[in-house]
Design a binder for this molecule. Structure first.
Ligand code: GLY
Ligand code: MN
Ligand code: MN
Length: 450
């Protein structure tokens, strides 16, 4: 089927995260703080692209997680136990002239009802109010290293120190809030999983569209256009990361985003692309022949990566660690490299001396969520973190064969990665990205019908 005859029905848009859920997240964060603490969390700011044009605004993931407020230059304060309200938002002032240029602002008055915070003030009141709100709080939790947060904290502290004789008490300790929020973000709620399923479905449709559109002579960026058309059409307003379309040996550049080469008849093309829906990321890689038919050599390498990937996905269940999944993949890939004649000797010896790393140098998984490389460490309390229900990870083994003189000519420059998004469930896992094929026969059948 040609791309222009695709039907554009899509699955229903899942509901946005509810105000209750945002409130529960804030309460969970406050419950993890010592007594007499406060949280100061700024929103993202607009970033200049050139002269007076800005990059498309993207909200800070941690700020979004705590309140869902969509505008730049806002500030969330959490003051546990404060009688007048614990969650206080500062947001851009209503300004009819500015709004005529850049769109309606929510404003402090509407923010309380629409975003469920306890109080909201215009940014023009921030400087006079912030220090007073922080007076008497011992520890200030904020994103350490965030220039805006640090400047606001510093200014408030200076004001309070200057008023010490009148009894003002400035926060004594500045503490990084990020690890606490990131621990929460690691476990996705049902509502988050619904949004991630949707991001995954849109991403999968985009990959199907690219497979159907591929043909020799197209530029890599033309496949990128097909993918990103599909994202936008279904309401995913941005890619979750820069789309990678690598034909031939470009597939061996792990984060190749130039996407400017012409696709060759005899090559594979590797596409790593995911939609961002309501700020949640999809992240899929598929590798397929530009002309729709795997050569015997391409197929032999592809099947090695595919079986490693399928086994790794099957291994996902509570209690397993990312390291265990990766070690299984390394074993399978190294075995395959020996079979291909790219490595010699005993399997265990080649794993131990890490000679496989010439062909597979990245890890197999990362967390997925509001960020494509989502937050939450792979270790907890010094130990490898065990998978728990609600975590979402990618499984993305690959083989990248350099075009070096010592490599057999038919294998040179073959790069293959296969990546799916997988949620951990109570009993095992749910693959979110099943709507795009990965088996050789399925891919060839899809492409021959196009
Ligand atoms: N798209 C980046 C990654 O797969 O990690
Ligand atoms: Mn990934
Ligand atoms: Mn990816």
């Amino acid at each position: 089927m040609a791309p222009d005859t695709l039907t554009y029905s899509s699955s229903p848009r899942p509901p946005a995260i509810g105000l209750d859920e945002y409130r529960r997240r804030r309460q969970a964060l406050m419950a993890a703080l010592p007594a007499s603490s406060a949280v100061l969390m700024p929103a993202a700011t607009l970033v200049t692209r050139s002269n007076d044009s800005e990059y498309t605004f993207r909200q800070d993931s941690d700020f979004h997680y705590l309140c869902g407020f969509p505008e730049p230059d806002a500030l969330l304060l959490l003051l546990p136990g404060r009688e007048e309200g614990e969650a206080i938002l500062f947001c851009p002032d209503k300004d009819p002239t500015q709004e005529a240029w850049t769109g309606i602002r929510v404003g402090a008055e509407a923010a309380v009802e629409r975003y469920g915070v306890d109080q909201a003030f215009a940014n023009s009141e921030r400087d006079e109010r912030l220090a007073g709100l922080l007076d008497g709080r011992h520890s200030l939790y904020l994103p350490l290293g965030d220039d805006c947060a640090m400047a606001l904290a510093d200014e408030a502290r200076q004001q309070l120190l200057a008023r010490a004789r009148q009894g003002a008490r400035a926060p004594q300790a500045l503490v990084d809030v990020a690890p606490l929020i990131h621990e929460q973000r690691l476990i996705k709620s049902d509502a988050e999983l619904e949004l991630m399923r949707h991001a995954a479905r849109i991403s999968a449709r985009a990959h199907v569209r690219a497979m159907r559109s591929a043909r020799p002579g197209l530029a890599e960026y033309q496949l990128q256009a097909e993918l990103e058309h599909e994202f936008q059409w279904h309401g995913a307003r941005a890619p979750a990361y820069s789309t990678i379309v690598g034909g031939g040996a470009n597939a061996c550049v792990l984060h190749y985003i130039e996407n400017a080469a012409i696709l060759d008849d005899s090559d594979l093309v590797l596409i790593d692309a995911g939609a961002e829906f309501e700020l949640y990321a999809g992240d899929i890689t598929r590798t397929f022949p530009v002309n729709g038919r795997f050569s015997d050599t391409q197929r032999s390498v592809y099947e090695i990566v595919l079986s490693a990937q399928i086994r790794a996905v099957e291994a996902v269940r509570p209690g397993v660690t990312l390291g265990e999944i990766h070690r299984g993949v390394v074993r399978d890939l190294t075995h395959g490299l020996i079979e291909l004649g790219l490595l010699e000797g005993e399997l265990d010896a080649r794993i131990d001396d890490e000679s496989y790393r010439r062909f597979y140098l990245h890890s197999t998984s990362h967390w997925l969520g509001l960020d494509v490389h989502d937050v939450g460490g792979a270790r907890r309390d010094g130990e490898p973190r065990q998978l728990e229900p609600g975590m979402v990870l990618t499984v993305e083994p690959g083989l990248y064969i350099p075009a070096d003189d010592d490599i057999p000519a038919t294998l040179r420059g073959i790069g293959i990665r296969i990546e799916d998004d997988v949620a951990v469930t109570a009993t095992g896992h749910e693959v979110l990205t099943t709507d795009v094929p990965k088996r050789v026969e399925e891919i060839e059948a899809l492409m021959v019908d196009s």
